[in-house]
Design a binder for this molecule. Structure first.
Ligand SMILES: [Zn+2]
Length: 140
């Protein structure tokens, strides 16, 4: 995905027509995923079901909960726009629907983050653009 930049220099995703419903819902703190009617496969902004390659999927509300699959702690701030934020956690999360997504873990001390930690999806809004992030279930 290509990037745009917020006024404060933070990188932001570019919205494409296929992903517009995802971002519109995310601005309201709601997670939508695409679901295939044949195989029940969930996925996120793509034109085709990655399982059967058909295009008659529909947007469905997701539970927005999952577990940390892996994570890293950014301590170096190699991207200058991120230096004021370090340290912060970048996590890969397996959602209950089977979709694996990436985002920051917020409102949690970085030393408390663990693989398999239960999290909920939330969205940080910057320049009206929602960025996917996660909160520990134990913190909500
Ligand atoms: Zn399918």
């Amino acid at each position: 995905m290509m990037l745009a930049y917020a006024e404060n220099g933070r990188p932001l995703p570019l919205v494409a027509p296929i992903s517009q419903p995802f971002f519109d819902a995310a601005r309201e703190q709601k997670l939508l995923l695409q679901k295939c009617p044949r195989d029940g496969f969930f996925f996120y902004p793509r034109s085709h079901c990655p399982h059967c390659l058909k295009t008659d999927w529909s947007w469905q509300p997701a539970r927005a909960s999952g577990k940390v699959y892996s994570f890293t702690i950014e301590r170096m701030g190699q991207d200058p726009s991120q230096r004021a934020r370090i340290p912060f956690v970048i996590a890969v999360v397996d959602l209950d629907e089977g979709v694996r997504i990436i985002g920051n873990i917020v409102d949690c001390a970085h030393e408390d983050v663990r693989v398999s930690m239960a999290v909920n999806v939330c969205f940080e809004i910057i320049d009206n653009m929602p960025l996917t992030c996660f909160r520990s279930v134990s913190a909500t």
